[in-house]
Design a protein around this ligand. Sequence first.
Ligand code: ATP
Ligand code: MG
Length: 575
Amino acid sequence: MRWSQLFIPTLRDDPADAEAVSHKLLVRAGFVRQLMAGVYSLLPLGFRVCQKIEKITREEMNRIGAQEFLLPSIHPADLWQRSGRWEAMGEEMFRLTDRKGADIGLGMTCEEVFASLAAELRSYKQLPQIWYQIQKKYRDEPRPKSGVLRVREFTMKDSYSLDIAPEGLDAAFQRHFEAYRRIFSRCGLETLAVEASSGAMGGSESVEFMIASNAGEDWVVSCAACGYAANVQKARSQVVPVENRPGLDAPEAFATPGVHTIEQLAAFEGGAPAEHQIKTLVVVLDGEVALVLVRGDHSLSEQKLQDATGAAEVRHASDKEIQDSLGASAGSLGAAGVTGRRILADLALRGRSGMLTGANRDGFHLRGVDVERDIPNPEWLDLREAQAGDACPLCDAPIEVHKTIEVGHIFKLGTRYSEMLGALVQDESGKSRPIIMGSYGIGIERTMAAVVERRHDEAGMIWPVSVAPFEVVITVVKPKDAAASDAGGALYDALLAEGIEVRLDDRDERPGVKFNDADLIGIPYRITVGPKGLAEGMVEIVERRGRKSRNVAVEKAAATITEAILEERAFSPGI
Ligand code: ATP
Ligand code: MG
């Protein structure tokens, strides 16, 4: 098509509220438009990119033997009640009521519907199966953010594996792992596969596919020496040992007026550095008030706390709950001598003495606390968030902590959904057994945004051919010049005939404007056709990546570009 006929509403300025590069560029280059918070329209360019990501995803899913479905987006409440998630999904689920008063939820994931279909399977002989779809998902995210990176309506490839034995699940998981590596690599993304928390919904193994980027919302721990990589919600690490300060025979209270924080106590005369303090947090685990202890310079990982306790609901206690249970307010809390309450202590506090903590009396702290002597029977758990400077849990080398975007997630579910939704088959001995499920997801628009985060420069996006909205633009420098216009048109026809996705920029604009648009949109190849070059029988080919430019004879241009594009299209890493 000719550019003058296309809808490509490029903007000169970044959207005012945008921070993430992908947010700025996708809006400015006319790929997406926000309709309301966290809800975006895909304009033709954005839609083309997403269709290409979907095509790659389909090819790789079909390659592992998966069968494509398309399920509804509106789900009956009853199905989600049977799995227990009608309640559990809380405010994240969009809900509506039909004219008869029946409750309906908008699909945020599809385990329930697929498990209900799996209930039609009868025998282990019909397994294994991998079922998938590419379909809209709805989540009323508390904080939609960063353009299409975190939205409330998005397209997800979700798949589900069905097996009779755990080994089958392992194999389906492994196949997905490899398919995901190929999908992202074909989209031009280098992924880090990290161990992740299996969360509250049961399941054993969980791996997330991450893209290093400051626009992400996930922190990942990784070890360059041995390759260990885990989401910080799950990551283990070793703390560098701290030498205990001299102890006392018993804890001793001392006045600490105005001291409410770890930092203030560290700076207070008679205080001590954070690694010699115990941080006491009061939490409510499924309605029960409990104390959580971590070292002063450490942070509690709420996900680890949830995973370790199995609590469905974890929240911080209110000021009143804190007063009622400990008789003091936040800033002076401690666990020494506390009885009748569940106390959960992080392993880094084991063997520590000469510690400082709150005295459960406003304005007072204790010193000389020996954790194991003075705190009655804590449950010892790994509760702290790994931090830079800690050592790798596997090889002792220092770990790094960095920000990432989660583009994919593979997850061993187990039998929770098949049991609740009656997806049972007969095994070899005729016994009825629940199907073992795995669940696997990829966010399509988020993947598009991740490519932009990784591949751009100050002038705009830099698409790899595999997912570019189109492959070549022919920029006619002076469309009113008949020779330039004719040569551009001829080249355009020649490339179309080769099956190349080409657009002809025939707009009556200054060359700079057209070049800037082509750069902003990130079209992999530009052919500039202008009267000056043509006088010498030449056109210019510019590669967007690296901005490499060369002049080629007009009659060779179509063949040169076609060759380059076909080579890049064939690029299927990992296969
Ligand atoms: P996050 O931790 O980012 O909220 P999630 O763990 O809720 O993600 P899954 O339920 O595993 O995500 O969904 C599978 C995939 O769907 C994710 O890996 C991501 O690519 C995509 N995805 C999830 N939530 C969103 C969202 N709000 N906006 C865009 N894509 C999303
Ligand atoms: Mg989420």
